[in-house]
Write a protein that binds this ligand. Sequence first.
Ligand code: FAD
Ligand code: 2HG
Ligand code: ZN
Length: 484
Amino acid sequence: FGSVATQIQRNPSFSTLNSDDVDHFKKILGEKNVIQDEDRLLTANVDWMGKYKGSSKLLLQPRSTEEVSQILKYCNTRCLAVVPQGGNTGLVGGSVPVFDEVIINVGSMNHIISFDEVSGILVCEAGCILENLDSFLVNHGFMMPLDLGAKGSCQIGGNVSTNAGGLHFVRYGSLHGNVLGLEAVLANGTVLDMLGTLRKDNTGYDLKQLFIGSEGSLGIATKVSILTSPKPSSKNLAFLACKDYLSCQKLLQEAKRKLGEILSAFEFLDSQSMELVLTHLEGVRNPLPPSIYEFYVLIETRGTDESYDKEKLEAFLLRSMEGGLIADGVVAQDINQASSFWRIREGLSEALVKAGAVYKYDLSLPIEKMYSIVEEMRLRLGQSEKVLGYGHLGDGNLHLNISRPNYDDSVLAKIEPFVYEWTSKHRGSISAEHGLGLMKANEIHYSKSPQTVQVMASIKKLLDPNGILNPYKVLPHNILYPEA
Ligand code: FAD
Ligand code: 2HG
Ligand code: ZN
């Protein structure tokens, strides 16, 4: 599939599943939550891109924290490796087994536990689907602080475990700030109750932060407490064209200054991305004259005063047009038009999968340098390769994608390690928001010092001494098992 990380050996210290194990799980979960059906396993073994495939023989669907605890306790004693799986929308091969790991999906744990309308704090089980949580909150005048293209399938437990960023990070910030509490089950079955509902709590180490973004390598998240935001009564969305990347940057600088507190998204895509989405997604249309512009920017505002917000946005757009930062643009006139603009940006990952093979990179870079890697990659790979740049410009997060009809090791060899070395040289991160998963477990040193990685490995060994939780992911195998 075009990833060096897939050339690894199964850890021989793991047991192989047998019929006694299956019987034991049936005792804990009941027959129907122990899945051996081939079709269902086929789906659960393959990631969203169809790029990473495992060969698990078992999918477990616990309905309570207690059941998760019993499963893990048993797996730990038997040395059976497991992979926690949520909506399976992850993009780094972290959510599927590498070999025969048992898949544990908490999707049946999908209840809302409480919602406080004064504080806006929501407590729910980890298997709740992001979009369902948002629909629940809408009825109370609130919204989730994160939003992403996969909202219809991803689970809040998966979002927390990947520390997902998304489209409104620029406004609402990271899950490291919005998640107030967590319940997680450790490899040995210990339930860690860190399910606080306080904004402020400085009583020693904030352990839940370790689990946020740990990609299922330290424990299984079972409950989440999260700070939600009041739903804005006014929303505006502008779809704009810029002649070059410098104009996009200057526009961002101006947007932050002039739109201030109402700026809720600043996204960009280049003309190659636009072309791909128009080619592969039905019903998607460029609202601006086609094939003229190099860059497109989406600016969204959210606020509480419709006429004030609109005036503010319009004045900003007018000034930016006069100043030459915006070449062309249109403001959505209704919800349908707004969602058709969002579809262009949110549909990119789907269009890439439809187009064939994809080499996907998710980089944090200083904003002024962010697009240079796209240009350098184009020069490196030549005109025959499609190199796309898009992402969360407001957060300095580039999604660099190389799209081609099939995977090819000679092309991959031109991309990696170049892309990682380039990112490291510019003091960026090789994973802004998708995580390391299987894809980048061996590349962590491009973004973290050896001492930091050693401390991470010590924490992993402390919490999961047998290494049963999501093996081969996040940390390099040779650091966890130097003797192997
Ligand atoms: P999965 O994909 O099932 O799992 C992801 C990781 O979390 C795995 O390592 C898994 O082992 C672990 N995990 C899952 N559930 C648990 C649990 N309960 N306890 C412990 N570990 C668990 N990501 C962004 O950051 N920003 C975006 O804008 C964004 N947009 C996307 C758009 C599309 C169309 C797609 C397909 C993906 C996008 N993603 C984005 C990536 C992905 O959706 C997110 O990473 C998401 O948060 C994963 O949630 P999930 O439930 O699907 O988790
Ligand atoms: C997005 O921002 C997601 O759309 C996915 O993080 C990015 O597919 C990608 O490269
Ligand atoms: Zn993204």
